[in-house]
Design a protein around this ligand. Structure first.
Ligand code: ATP
Length: 149
């Protein structure tokens, strides 16, 4: 059934807003979807959690992570922008590869499997959509998902 996107995304983000406060990180939400739309709630929930986890993980204390949702050219656009350490152009080519991690030391603080983004790409493509990584000028990273409505 059609979803109120603002309410739906707010509910996903709420626990992060509380968690992030302990880390001194802030999460904001900006939704520009006027009408209720048909979206695959389970999938979008999964994707947003993946991207938010990374955005917060790779951000410094005091940083803000901005989640934006909107509709462009009959596509549902969801983007997560952080002001963290950013991703080099070389690494951008590989971030969606399975098991790829920029930090190969296995640092516990940022530890992960390197699977998150490959799963995200798989899910997005299975739904006929696209996921892209961009620089957040002047600092940080933006992950942008476009899914057909
Ligand atoms: P996890 O499976 O726990 O998410 P991960 O974060 O290592 O582990 P991915 O989510 O696939 O794995 O991310 C792959 C790599 O992309 C990361 O190791 C990191 O180097 C880089 N990366 C992902 N998101 C960001 C981000 N927001 N800012 C900077 N680097 C990032």
């Amino acid at each position: 059934k059609p979803t109120n996107v603002s309410e739906f995304l707010s509910n996903i983000i709420a626990p992060y807003e509380e968690m992030a406060q302990f880390d001194g990180k802030t999460v904001t939400l900006d939704v520009d979807v006027g009408q209720d739309v048909l979206i695959d709630q389970k999938r979008i929930h999964q994707l947003l959690v993946l991207l938010l986890d990374n955005a917060l993980k790779y951000s410094d204390e005091g940083a803000t992570v901005a989640v934006t949702a909107g509709i462009e050219k009959k596509k549902f656009i969801l983007s997560v922008a952080d002001t963290g350490r950013g991703i080099s152009d070389e690494a951008k080519k590989h971030v969606f590869d399975r098991f790829y991690r920029e930090d190969k030391t296995g640092n516990r603080e940022t530890g992960g499997t390197g699977l998150g983004l490959s799963i995200a790409e798989w899910v997005v493509q299975a739904h006929g959509g696209k996921i892209t990584v961009l620089d957040n000028i002047p600092q940080g990273t933006i992950f942008r998902i476009a899914l057909p409505l």
